[in-house]
Design a protein around this ligand. Structure first.
Ligand code: COA
Length: 163
């Protein structure tokens, strides 16, 4: 299965809306519901650092984004990280390669990025395992941070990677 990883651009917006909606339709993954995936949201995603995995026919199979913190004290930190691989393409290494691209880019940024942080729902153990494998450390737990439409509460797991 061949695909390439490249930076995302404005030409990808329509495809990225479709990708994130498809990923959001599967429970216990992305925080946003499909109706919360809007053009404005995707524009914000690609305004930071964003990479896409593109299949041989140009279809976008996955996307990762994060952004440098704007407050000077925290400006060595990449946060607001989200990664999504199309449900039909998950479990084949695309998420890992997207992370590798993001981490490599972060290492090259000036002023330097020294830390990447993310949060994952406690009900998403597959994603948490992936982050552990990439070297992210568990840093804390926000109890009852998420609340689903049926009233179910879920903790968020905070994780960080020092570069
Ligand atoms: C989490 C996600 C980005 C991982 O990307 P991926 O391309 O499936 O991951 P890879 O193939 O590189 O790595 C596989 C690992 O991802 C994890 N994983 C998470 N969700 C998975 C899924 N649906 N299918 C397979 N592996 C998944 C597993 O830990 C797996 O490792 P394992 O073999 O030890 O079980 C992707 O599954 C996804 O988009 N899920 C829905 C959205 C989501 O949960 N985003 C993260 C929010 S915190």
């Amino acid at each position: 299965m061949s695909y390439t990883i490249r930076p995302a651009g404005p030409e990808d917006i329509t495809a990225l809306i479709a990708l994130h909606k498809a990923a959001a339709a599967v429970p216990d993954g992305l925080a946003r519901r499909p109706d919360e995936i809007t053009q404005a949201y995707v524009e914000r995603c690609i305004a930071g650092i964003s990479f896409v995995a593109v299949g041989p026919d140009g279809t976008i199979w996955g996307e990762i984004h994060a952004a440098r913190e704007t407050v000077a004290l925290f400006s060595h930190v990449l946060s607001s990280l989200t990664v999504a691989v199309h449900p039909d393409r998950q479990g084949r290494g695309i998420g890992s390669r997207l992370f590798e691209a993001l981490i490599a880019h972060a290492r090259s940024m000036q002023p330097p990025i020294l830390r990447i942080e993310l949060a994952a729902g406690a009900g998403n153990p597959g994603a948490i395992r992936l982050y552990e494998r990439l070297g992210f450390q568990h840093e804390g737990r926000q109890v009852a941070r998420g609340r689903y439409p049926d009233g179910r509460l879920e903790d968020d797991i905070l994780m960080g990677l020092l570069l």
